[in-house]
Design a binder for this molecule. Structure first.
Ligand code: ME8
Length: 655
């Protein structure tokens, strides 16, 4: 039977600069899904690549003193290197400067024009260079770009327009009839209510104010709008041509899944489907707008000086550990955060202690007690049943999580199976069985069950950590690595020879890696205008006190400061710095996270009154939603001192 096709894509990254770890997250996640689908037996086509045209890139190239093509060649090379370094298994890495893409986009544009979907007009409006988009006055936020917040310039140019309104009703109906199309559901409602139902304006689809783009085939001096160019990649990569779609296209289109960040859902669920309708082609089955990865609590951005690169992390922890961290740390419904500390903590707990230990202990016992080959596997006891059921059911959990694109849950289901296996070691105590010659069969069976659970875990793990998974198969000496082979317990070959192994993941001590982290931070600082060092020097020079920018009284009055009473307090599991507190603000209770765990114990705080910034936007810190901030001051020794307000009335406002 021929395999079912599955077509999956990432957004194509701008070649404006090397991608940070947030951009990389997307391709690693897509790779994990592609690998899982292949494991399940699908014929997967996985597309990624680079988005290389536009005014912004033309400007970067000019600044760098090279031609736009030289500029994008260099950055596209860096992006591809990161994809390769992270072991992603794309089938094509498309570049929008590829000849076949350029030719196909020109044909697509011509078809729109010939069919009357595109007309020529002139545009005058507010243009954001960074987003390469025009906005009407009412779309601006405080006079700035509604998407990126940058300044806009008023410009006017002759241009081609796409008649979007013509397809509005059809799009609305498609979205309503296909509840899976925009995922997760919250994004669907946002698109329908904020953008589609109020009316889709015609879209300007050509530019003449710069040159770096795909030329409009029938009008010299105009280049195709970057988003029309870029979105088309999903079909041009398959050899699409409006007259003759081609074999790959016929096989894989419509895409099963477009994976993109939440910031570009509008382009993929409004413009892209309308372009496809105009071409008379089917629409993608699902568009998943994922959350963002933050650095600590901040958005990763060059101007904030917190850009981390996946290859630097891979130098520090290894490729598989970075893949695992990115995939397991990112919650489905909120932005995820990355910090070196958390990464080390997760590495040590999940990879070194749970998984690595399980494999090395089991391999060591199989070798010590049986020379690597297990003679018996059927001396069962009752407690084996629940263990086997838990291990087998981890696959169902992983599969369900992948179906729902809850990738961190899928990763956690696998690590939970490893934890369960470690518990089975404690329950069965093989070292005690080894003392009794009459328990040889039982001992062999226990170790067989463990080896089999490790084999199942290694198959399940392969989409996340492909190299580790391959190493484990090698250690176990097994050839049973298929998806089918792990649906039931017992596929590990009785004749397999298990090897002794070094630990798969040596524990990391923050002290040992600190110099390397410092080197990465130094590199980051160097690449940014405001380095940490400069700030420290400035602080030292001003005696640690820098005069803050002046604000007027209204700005201060906008801050809702309240006296609250701390009712409960506990450490946040995944953080050394954070405490999770429940405070009573006079009306009700709320959860607040505070980075004071190094200096305060829960018992020092419960019952005390503090001042809380009560109208702060909620933020998720290490998986906990915080609704407010407790005021504290910096002490000379670098610690923080909470400002207590014990003799004040709970709920009263601080002015
Ligand atoms: O948007 N965390 O390219 P891009 C997670 N060229 N994902 C992030 C992220 C973060 N911190 N920052 C960005 C473009 N992304 C266009 C796409 S598709 C036809 C054209 C995601 O290089 C972002 O949401 O700015 C997008 O999906 C991808 O990285 C590439 O972003």
């Amino acid at each position: 039977m021929s395999k079912k096709p599955y077509y999956i894509t990432t957004a194509i990254a701008y070649t404006s600069r090397k991608p940070h770890v947030g951009n990389t997250y997307e391709i690693v996640m897509t790779d994990a899904i592609a690998r899982f689908k292949r494991l399940q037996g699908y014929d997967v086509y996985f597309l990624t690549g680079t988005d290389e045209h536009g005014q912004k890139i033309e400007a970067y190239a000019k600044e760098a003193g090279v031609s736009p093509k030289e500029y994008v060649d260099k950055v596209a090379g860096e992006i591809k290197d990161i994809c390769d370094r992270l072991n992603t298994t794309y089938d094509r890495f498309i570049r929008t400067t590829d000849d076949d893409h350029v030719a196909a986009v020109q044909k697509i544009f011509k078809k729109f024009y010939d069919n009357g979907d595109i007309y020529k007009g002139s545009y005058s409006g507010n243009y954001c260079v960074a987003c390469e988009s025009f906005f009407t006055d009412s779309q601006l936020v405080d006079g700035r770009c509604p998407d990126c917040g940058k300044e806009v310039t008023v410009s006017s140019e002759e241009a081609y327009f796409f008649n979007m309104g013509k397809y509005q009703k059809r799009l609305e109906k498609y979205i309503e009839d296909n509840p899976d199309f925009i995922y997760p559901e919250a994004r669907k409602n946002e698109m329908l209510n904020n953008f589609i139902r109020p009316g889709i304006q015609d879209l300007c689809v050509s530019r003449s104010s710069f040159k770096w783009g795909i030329p409009v085939p029938f009008d010299e001096g105009h280049v195709v709008y970057v988003w029309l160019d870029a979105l088309s990649n999903y079909i041009t990569a398959l050899g699409y041509d409006p007259e003759n779609p081609g074999e790959l296209y016929k096989k894989y289109w419509p895409a099963d899944l477009h994976i993109i960040g939440k910031d570009i859902v509008r382009f993929h669920t409004i413009y892209w489907p309308i372009f496809l309708m105009a071409l008379g082609e089917e629409l993608p089955k699902r568009v998943y707008g994922h959350q963002w990865l933050l650095f600590g609590e901040d958005k990763i951005s060059k101007s904030k000086g917190n850009v981390i690169y996946a290859d630097d992390l891979a130098d520090l922890f290894g490729v598989d550990a970075v893949r695992y961290y990115l995939l397991s740390e990112m919650p489905f419904a909120q932005d995820g955060s990355i910090t070196f500390e958390e990464m080390i903590e997760r590495y040590n707990s999940d990879l070194a202690n749970t998984l690595g230990n399980l494999v090395s202990r089991t391999a060591a016992m199989i070798n010590k007690y049986f020379g690597g080959v297990l003679p018996c596997r059927d001396c069962a006891e009752e407690l084996d049943d629940s263990f086997k059921a838990d291990i087998v059911s981890s696959l169902e959990k992983e599969e369900k999580a992948f179906d729902e694109l809850r990738i961190a849950d899928a990763a956690n289901a696998v690590i939970a199976a490893a934890k369960r296996s470690n518990k089975y070691i404690d329950e069965t105590a093989p070292w005690l069985l080894a003392r009794d010659e009459n328990s040889r069969d039982r001992l062999s069976t226990v170790l067989y069950n463990l080896a089999e659970s490790i084999r199942i875990i290694a198959v399940e793990l392969s989409p996340f950590m492909p190299e580790t998974s391959a190493k484990i198969f090698d250690i176990l000496g097994t050839k049973q690595t298929s998806y089918e082979s792990i649906k039931d317990f017992g596929g590990y070959e009785p004749e397999a020879v298990c090897k002794v192994t070094e630990p798969l993941f040596a524990r990391v001590d923050i002290k040992d890696v600190q110099p390397k982290i410092d080197a990465i931070n130094a590199k980051i600082a160097e690449a940014t205008a405001v380095s940490k060092k400069a700030l420290e020097i400035a602080n030292a020079a001003s005696g640690g006190y820098e005069e803050a920018e002046k604000i007027d009284i209204d700005a201060f009055a906008a801050v809702d400061l309240r006296v609250c009473e701390i009712r409960t307090c506990e450490p946040v599991k995944r953080s050394k710095k954070l405490l999770k507190l429940t405070v009573f603000d006079g009306n009700g209770e709320r959860t607040v996270c505070s980075g004071i765990a190094q200096w305060y114990k829960p018992e020092d705080l419960i019952g005390r009154r503090v001042i809380v910034v009560a109208n702060l936007r909620p933020a998720v810190l290490c998986g906990v939603e915080s609704n407010g901030m407790i005021l504290a001051s910096d002490a000379p020794d670098g610690s923080a001192k909470v400002i207590f307000a014990d003799d004040m009335t709970v709920g009263s406002k601080v002015r």
